[in-house]
Design a protein around this ligand. Structure first.
Ligand code: CO8
Length: 257
């Protein structure tokens, strides 16, 4: 499959997806959305892929949804085409995903990063939901995921003023898992992805599912859900292999990867 706005490479069991609209700072138009969603869905179905890294350019992960494309739209256009709903597919992938963010991650760009499972930032990363300055609000889950990630106080300030956060503030607030020097970002993201892809694939999927459930349910229900999955991993051959490898002081050779 050939794409015009993204690049897809395979590195062992990791897939690297690079947003590639440099002239528009990777603004997310419908074509980018459709290509990212289609490419990641295909990678999700591929048993040879154990983790997907999503990145942009050093200057911009993505500077938001495409303002020029949205400007002429009316309510009926947005409603009937269910504008940008397909981005939700990204959050539904079973394969773990890593966002490697350098430069601007604004509006839809910040939302796209938050749709990924692990968020690594370079020291040049800038996060924000500046939609209000354009007379609109976040529309790919930003008001919800940012609030869950950083809490009401900061999310409210960012969404109401359009102020941006640098990488240090984003890490302190809990939006990103780690800050990496810009030159090392991709290498580090690929290393993280390779580590994840080296685990038992079904067990990694279950771990992802369990953490994600924390966003959707009460603590008691979430713990019950985790317990069911915990019991279920004892039906995966990799549980025997992982525990045997520990006892026998050797690296595990997982079947499902
Ligand atoms: N959309 C379209 N084009 C863009 C965008 C964008 N979001 N961002 C940058 N570009 C384009 C510029 O228009 C420019 O193109 P041209 O040279 O043809 O004029 C090119 O990229 C380079 O941009 P700049 O010259 O502005 O570069 P600077 O380095 O001076 O500034 C900034 C970089 C600060 C990132 C600046 O480009 C900027 O502020 N961009 C817009 C950021 C923004 O407001 N993002 C939020 C967009 S709205 C959104 O994401 C809503 C999501 C929810 C929608 C849900 C619908 C249902």
């Amino acid at each position: 499959m050939t794409y015009e706005t993204i690049l897809v490479e395979r590195k062992g069991r990791t897939a690297l997806l690079t947003l590639n609209r440099p002239k528009a700072l990777n603004a997310l138009n419908l074509q980018v959305m459709n290509e990212v969603v289609e490419a990641t869905a295909a990678l999700d179905r591929d048993p040879d892929i154990g983790c997907i890294v999503l990145t942009g350019s050093p200057k911009a992960f993505a500077a938001g949804a495409d303002i020029k494309e949205m400007r002429p739209q009316g309510y009926m256009d947005m409603y009937l085409s269910d504008w940008f709903t397909a981005w939700d597919r990204l959050g539904e992938l079973r394969t773990p995903t890593v966002a490697a963010v350098s430069g601007y991650a604004l509006g839809g760009g910040c939302e796209l990063a938050m749709l990924c499972d692990i968020l690594l930032a370079s020291d040049t990363a800038v996060f924000g939901q500046p939609e209000i300055k354009l007379g609109v609000i976040p529309g790919i889950g930003g008001s919800q995921r940012l609030t869950r990630a950083v809490g009401k106080a900061k999310a409210m300030e960012l969404c109401l003023t359009g102020r941006t956060m640098d990488a240090t503030e984003a890490e302190r607030a809990g939006l990103v898992s780690r800050i990496v020097p810009a030159d090392d970002l991709l290498e580090e993201a690929l290393a993280v992805a390779e580590t994840v892809a080296g685990m038992s694939a079904p067990v990694a999927m279950m771990a992802k599912e369990a953490v994600n459930r924390a966003f959707e349910t009460t603590l008691a229900e979430g713990v019950r859900f985790e317990r069911r999955l915990f019991h279920a991993v004892f039906a995966v051959a990799d549980q025997k292999e992982g525990m045997s490898a520990f006892v026998e002081k050797r690296p595990p050779e997982f079947t499902h990867r």
